[in-house]
Design a protein around this ligand. Structure first.
Ligand code: ADP
Ligand code: SF4
Length: 687
């Protein structure tokens, strides 16, 4: 039963002509599915409706080929032929009593129109936001009239597709109304430029047009970035953000307020806390009588109640918390708070959209698999046999495998050499800003501890003989991976240095808290978070740190998680000396410890750094000796009652935490289910 303290979250909220059944509002979020994978998308959204989200919105939906964002997979409503695909989603939401919202989008200079080849338009001439050598031309009065007409027509099509809420989008520096609003991108001198009233004219007209077209049946929502985090150069919550809302206060049926750009709006846990947008949106409720929704990576129902009761907003907006746990509202409603799978704020979900593939999630391995593999986040097939299972290794892969097999009803024993379960996350979650990553472990342990069919053996290093003696029917090896310290990796296809040299440290030794002397050189040929986070940790302790990478940017892959520029800035603030596009070419014993030779990746410049310590962060090896020994002992399996031995997670192929959780989940789903290796293992949309 739900705690009465949370009753307020389940109150209906009137939004213009429609009523949200509760205050749980999935704001628009991209997903790498869009118009390319409509069934995948509809099932994903429908499951959130089943999980209790009262309003479910689309990602951005292009209203015209003059505003298409290929190769990214966003929604499309160019003409009525796009209606059936969107209808799949509205039906899936309505089936569970949720309202469906659509974010209509005219991108302006935010897209180069690579597919349609139409020159983009903007309030004033500007290069497009991407690096394409393309400029947007200045929108004429006729262009503006066209955009208004297309938006109106798209709103009518959206209504016909079954949507209940229609967005006019001025968020994230992406939508054209925002480009007109901002002095940085609007240099016009006609009635659409100059004063704030003029710059807000297009936004006002689009709201009025949409209300006029569909306002009797659909709520009209405005998403506005009230602060661009650019100080006086941009829109700020205190100045123009405030004034626009005051000016248009009663026009829309709902204000959806956030900050721009997307990387500011969807900050990772490394750089922001739950509720990090509150100070920007605090003023909005005081300016309008209309309901307000905002986001802040809320996963705690107490925090949700606080923001409602304090009058900050009326609906709890969420993208990532709804991705990590599509059943978050239901769990609060049913008083099952301990079952909530909290978002860890890692932004792996964002990488799907950036890389034009369907979304995945570190915490929720079923995300993106709802339709093609028929995976439900809460339900899984009951066990198909009485086979007993031994899982060796309690990192993300072993924990998720155990949790899901336990949920299926199998007798499972999970053992780990360490006293503490969690594998790589025990140490990595102690790095600056990564504490919430431990939620991957917490959620799974919380579930497993309640399962009488799961036994946990801590501090139990296991050998092949131990496994044979244990006599489980199925053995899973989830023993993880170990960083190399000889520099082998992407750049160096042969070892670069002798890992036994004095002063050379592996990341594991650093993660375990070993004291290093500076100056320390961290050589990043991995390009994700670890090298940057270690540099941050040591620089924070006052150690002189040189960060060296062959890449053009610090922690380059974190572009995909929208953290890259923040990481670079933080390292600069901490005084880390950054050497990008530099390859380590020699490591020799030197006066103070080690002499490390660097060369520019394009040739030419060479220099030597004298350091006390060197830490290569280049690649990992699977810890698979146990797996190999068991394969070598296959002739003895039958005597031990062993039928199968399978390596999963990093022990099979080192990858992200998201991939390890996914591997564990998949192994549990496929256990006792014959898999035909010659068949494509999932459904495809167009086959
Ligand atoms: P993954 O990301 O694939 O889950 P991790 O590296 O996070 O892998 O976790 C692997 C876990 O396996 C670690 O906690 C480690 O202590 C444990 N482990 C490795 N070898 C053995 C072994 N032979 N016996 C028991 N536990 C082991
Ligand atoms: Fe949260 Fe990470 Fe999942 Fe995104 S991928 S929803 S940030 S846990």
């Amino acid at each position: 039963m739900r705690n009465p303290r949370y009753d307020i979250l389940f109150e209906p909220v009137r939004i213009g002509p429609v009523t949200a059944p509760n205050r749980f509002y999935q704001v628009p979020h991209c997903n790498g599915m869009g118009h390319v994978y409509p069934q995948t998308l509809a099932r994903m959204r429908g499951i959130k409706a089943e999980g209790g989200w009262g309003v479910i919105c689309t990602e951005e939906v292009e209203i015209s080929p003059l505003s298409e964002i290929a190769p990214h997979h966003e929604g499309r409503l160019w003409d009525k032929r796009d209606i059936p695909a969107l209808r799949l989603m509205t039906d899936a939401c309505h089936e569970h009593g949720a309202l469906a919202g659509i974010e209509l989008m005219f991108n302006g200079y935010a897209t180069p129109n690579r597919y349609s080849r139409e020159p983009p338009i903007a309030p004033s001439p500007l290069p497009v936001s991407a690096m394409d050598p393309i400029q947007a031309r200045q929108a004429s009065k006729r262009d503006i009239a066209n955009v208004r007409r297309w938006h109106r027509a798209a709103a009518l099509r959206a209504r016909d597709a079954g949507f209940d809420l229609i967005y006019v989008y001025a968020g994230h520096d992406l939508g054209m109304p925002m480009h007109f609003l901002s002095r940085r991108t609007n240099r016009r001198s006609d009635e659409y430029g100059g004063s704030l009233e003029n710059r807000a004219r297009l936004l006002r007209e689009l709201i009025e047009d949409t209300k006029d077209a569909v306002g009797d049946r659909c709520a009209v929502v405005v998403r506005l970035a009230v602060d661009q985090l650019l100080g006086p150069d941009g829109i700020t919550a205190e100045s123009e953000g405030h004034d626009v809302i005051a000016m248009l206060a009663e026009l829309p049926d709902l204000w959806d307020v956030n900050i721009a750009d997307w990387s500011n709006d969807s900050q990772t846990a490394r750089f922001s806390e739950e509720g990090y947008q509150e100070r920007y949106i605090a003023q909005v409720k005081g300016l309008t009588s209309k309901p307000v929704v905002g986001v802040g990576r809320y996963t705690s129902p107490d925090a949700m109640v606080r923001v409602i009761k304090s009058g900050l907003m009326d609906l709890i907006g969420a993208a990532r918390p709804s991705i990590a746990d599509p059943f978050l509202p239901r769990k609060i409603e049913q008083g099952r708070l301990e079952d909530i799978r909290e978002c860890i704020g890692c932004n792996i979900c964002v990488t799907g959209d950036n890389q034009c593939v369907p979304i995945r999630c570190t915490q929720n391995p079923t995300m993106g698999e709802e339709w093609r593999r028929d995976w439900h986040p809460e339900r899984i097939a009951a066990r198909a046999s009485d086979r007993s299972v031994l899982v060796v290794g309690a990192g993300p892969a072993g924990l998720e495998l155990t949790r899901a097999l336990g949920q299926r009803g199998y007798e499972v024993t999970l053992c780990d050499a360490q006293e503490q379960f969690g594998g790589r996350l025990i140490q990595e979650s102690r790095l600056p800003g990564l504490a919430s990553w431990h939620r991957v472990v917490d959620y799974r342990l919380q579930q497993i501890q309640r399962m009488s069919n799961v036994q946990m053996l801590r501090g139990s290093p296991v050998s092949a003989e131990d496994v044979l003696a244990f006599a489980a029917s199925a053995v899973f090896i989830a023993t993880g991976s170990r960083w190399r310290s000889d520099g082998l990796g992407r750049t160096h296809r042969a070892p670069l240095l002798d890992p036994g040299m004095r002063g050379v440290f592996s990341p594991e030794r650093a993660l375990a808290g070993e004291v290093l002397t500076g100056p320390l050189l961290i050589y990043d040929d991995d390009h994700y978070y670890l090298a940057g986070a270690l540099a941050e940790r040591y620089a924070g302790k006052g150690i002189e740190v040189h960060y060296v990478t062959p890449a053009a940017k610090v922690s380059e892959w974190t572009e995909q998680t929208m953290e890259q520029s923040r990481i670079h800035s933080r390292l600069l603030e901490l005084g880390v000396q950054i050497h990008c596009q530099r390859r380590v070419t020699t490591v020799l014993p030197g006066a103070g410890g080690l002499s490390v030779g660097l060369t520019c990746v394009y040739g030419g410049v060479a220099r030597t750094l004298e350091v006390a310590s060197l830490m290569p962060v280049t690649m990992r090896d699977s810890v698979d000796a146990l797996y190999r020994e068991l394969l070598a002992a296959e002739s003895r399996w039958a005597d031990s009652g062993i039928e199968t031995v399978q390596a999963i997670g990093d022990a099979w192929a080192p990858s992200t935490v998201a991939a390890a959780v996914y591997a564990g989940h998949r192994a549990a789903r496929e256990f006792d289910q014959p898999v035909d290796a010659d068949q494509v293992p999932f459904k495809r949309e167009w086959v």
